[in-house]
Design a protein around this ligand. Sequence first.
Ligand SMILES: C[S@@+](CC[C@H](N)C(=O)[O-])C[C@H]1O[C@@H](n2cnc3c(N)ncnc32)[C@H](O)[C@@H]1O
Length: 298
Amino acid sequence: MTSTHHHQPAAGHHAHTNHTDHHDHARLAAVLDLDAELMADYLDDAARMIAESLGHAPARIADLGAGTGTGTEALARHFPQAQIVAVDGSPDMVALVERRARDGGVAERVTTVVADLDDGLPPLGSPDVVWAAMSLHHVADPQRLLREAATSLGPDGVLAITEMAAVPRFLPAHDDVELRGLQERCQTAATGAGWEALVDWTDAFDDAGYEVLRAETVHVQRSDPSQSVARYARHWFAQFRHRLTDTLDPADLALLDDLTDDSDPDAARRLDDLTLSAGRLLWIARPRTTTISTPESE
Ligand SMILES: C[S@@+](CC[C@H](N)C(=O)[O-])C[C@H]1O[C@@H](n2cnc3c(N)ncnc32)[C@H](O)[C@@H]1O
């Protein structure tokens, strides 16, 4: 496995060096791993659709905003001949990608790059697939990244982008009307607040010169392992509590406090009894080829 620091991250929101950043990254990394554990089926479906759109298995893949490398590893497993370059702005995340690649036995096919995508794409080596899972909404200028990705792709290469289709729902096994109602209101509030992870890029592809080959919603429902579903639910309820403080009414905030109180056995019982229902939007797009008309062709 080779790794590159494409640049030193500048001071500011992409500098990942102080204790708070490390703490935030550890928390984000844990959630990304949990997310991938529970949403594994979507990664399988996405890999299959990518191969169908390409018409063959990819030989080279770039994973932009690779996080802990769950996508890198899934794609490496699906495409055993593929070389993968995983890019992330965070050295902490890149270290996790490298560890995952080693543990998964795919390290010899994975190259990592620490680079801020806001500074432009690092050299990717003409990949057949540029994969960006839940990362496009993080960059400062998504249009620019889409255009750069089009230029970086090898002949007939495709771009595959995923985002959350909606905030995940946690369906109680028993008729817990209170919990269902709370989530309805949280969903409405999160959508109204324009949560950045809920983005539809369909028009952006067209503007950046892509033809969309597939636009799919992949649904996942699962209730096991129940402890993982409970931890994921707790994460989302904590997000609602902290990010929707100004929107939700006090009774809902108090209920979210109860549900995220680790010392409350009633909260543990309610969280242990849930089915996750979530969706991912997946777009596969190819740069449009411009046909140059010549006098002979007219
Ligand atoms: C929500 S995570 C998604 C990670 C992974 N693709 C997944 O599906 O689990 C977004 C990732 O993008 C990275 N990221 C955000 N902005 C970035 C930027 N400007 N340059 C490079 N990486 C960035 C973050 O460090 C983080 O690892």
